[in-house]
Design a protein around this ligand. Structure first.
Ligand code: FES
Ligand SMILES: [Fe+2]
Length: 319
C-alpha cells in the first residue's frame, strides 16, 4: 500500500488505539497512520490531541491533566479538550492568547473496553460486536500485540482457512485434511459477509457454523454457532500504526461456561496461535498487502475471501 495515498482514506475510519484501562491519570502516547497522538482522560471524557505542543514541539503526552485542562511539561501552556490553548503562564492573564495557539483535536470514543480514534469525518461507524454488551457472554482479550506487518496482512490471515493445517496444525487444522470449504462472499457497502459449516478441529471439536463479518478496513467479527445454541464469538481489530507496523486486539466471547482450567488452556492456545501467525506475517514481503490483484497469485476457492477483501480496500483509492 502506498503510504502517502492510502492514509487519507484510512483517516476517515475509526481505529482502536489503546485499552481503556491503560488510560487513567497519566496521558498516553499512541501512533496511528503515522501520526503521533496523545490521549487524556478528562472530566468530559477521553480526549485525543496531536502529540505536539505548538509552542516548541514538545509531546503533550509528557505533560499532565489538571481539572479539565492539559498542561504541557515544558512551559506549562494549558490546552482544553478541543486543543485550544487557554493559558500561557509566562505572560500576564490580561494579554490575549494568539489564535494560532492550538493543536489538532480528533474524535475519540470508548467502546468494547478500547479507545477508538478517527482522524477525519467518519466514513463508517465503529465495527459491531453485539456480544460484548450481552450479559449472557463472558470474554477475555488476547493482546494487544504489536507486529512488524501491515494491518491488512493480519486481517487477511485471520480469515485464511488454507493456512490452518500448515501454521496451526493440531490446533486449528489437520494436514491430512487440508482442503478449504468453499464460501460465497456477500459484499455490503462497508463489509464482507459469509458463513460456512466448518469441520470440527482439535480446538473446536463440536460441529458449528462460522458466520463472518469483515469490516473495512481492519476489523473482523466471527461467530461459531453450535446447534445447541452455544456461541463462541471473536472480535479481531487491528491498529495501523504505519503501513508496516500494526497492533492486534482479539476478544473471545462465549455464552457458555468453561472451567477455569479449560479457560486458561484456551487462552494459552489463542496466544500460541498468534505467535505462530506472527512468524509468517512479519516475514511476508511486502509488509503491506498488495492491493493490485495481479501482484500475487490467487487460487479460485481458497483465496476468494482475500480477493474480495483486497477489492474492498482497493476501492478506497489506496492503490
Ligand atoms: S513547548 Fe509546550 S509550553 Fe512550551
Ligand atoms: Fe493463523
Amino acid at each position: 500500500m502506498n503510504e502517502r495515498d492510502a492514509f487519507p482514506a484510512l483517516r476517515a475510519y475509526w481505529h482502536p488505539v489503546a485499552r481503556s484501562a491503560d488510560l487513567q491519570d497519566k496521558p498516553v502516547a499512541v501512533s496511528l497512520l503515522n501520526e503521533r497522538l496523545a490521549l487524556f482522560r478528562l472530566p468530559g471524557g477521553v480526549t485525543c490531541l496531536q502529540d505536539l505542543c505548538i509552542h516548541r514541539g514538545t509531546p503533550l503526552s509528557l505533560g499532565w491533566m489538571e481539572g479539565d485542562r492539559i498542561v504541557c511539561a515544558y512551559h506549562g501552556w494549558n490546552y482544553n479538550s478541543g486543543g485550544v490553548c487557554t493559558r500561557i503562564p509566562a505572560i500576564s492573564p490580561d494579554r490575549p492568547i494568539p489564535d494560532k495557539a492550538r493543536v489538532p483535536a480528533y474524535q475519540c470514543e470508548e467502546r468494547y473496553g478500547l479507545i477508538w480514534v478517527c482522524l477525519d469525518q467518519p466514513h463508517a461507524p465503529i465495527p459491531e460486536c453485539p456480544e460484548f454488551d450481552d450479559r449472557n457472554y463472558s470474554h477475555y482479550l488476547v493482546g494487544p500485540v504489536t507486529w512488524d506487518c501491515g494491518a491488512a496482512r493480519s486481517i487477511e490471515n485471520f480469515v485464511d482457512q488454507a493456512h490452518f493445517p500448515w501454521v496451526h496444525e493440531g490446533i486449528l487444522g489437520d494436514r491430512a485434511n487440508p482442503e478449504t470449504i468453499p464460501v460465497k462472499v456477500q459484499r455490503c457497502p462497508e463489509e464482507l459477509r459469509y458463513s460456512f459449516v466448518d469441520r470440527p478441529n482439535p480446538m473446536h471439536p463440536i460441529p458449528h457454523r462460522r458466520v463472518y463479518r469483515i469490516y473495512r478496513p481492519f476489523a473482523i467479527h466471527q461467530r461459531k454457532e453450535r446447534e445447541n445454541g452455544e456461541v463462541e464469538a471473536s472480535f479481531f481489530v487491528v491498529t495501523p500504526h504505519s503501513s508496516k507496523r500494526s497492533t492486534n486486539y482479539l476478544y473471545v466471547l462465549r455464552n457458555f461456561a468453561l472451567s477455569e482450567c479449560e479457560l486458561r488452556e484456551r487462552y494459552e492456545l489463542d496466544v500460541k496461535i498468534m505467535l505462530q501467525d506472527k512468524i509468517i506475517l512479519e516475514n511476508q514481503r511486502p509488509e503491506e498487502l498488495p492491493l493490485d490483484l495481479s501482484d500475487e497469485l490467487h487460487i479460485k476457492g481458497p483465496d476468494a475471501v482475500a480477493v474480495e477483501y483486497r477489492r474492498m480496500l482497493a476501492e478506497l483509492g489506496v492503490v
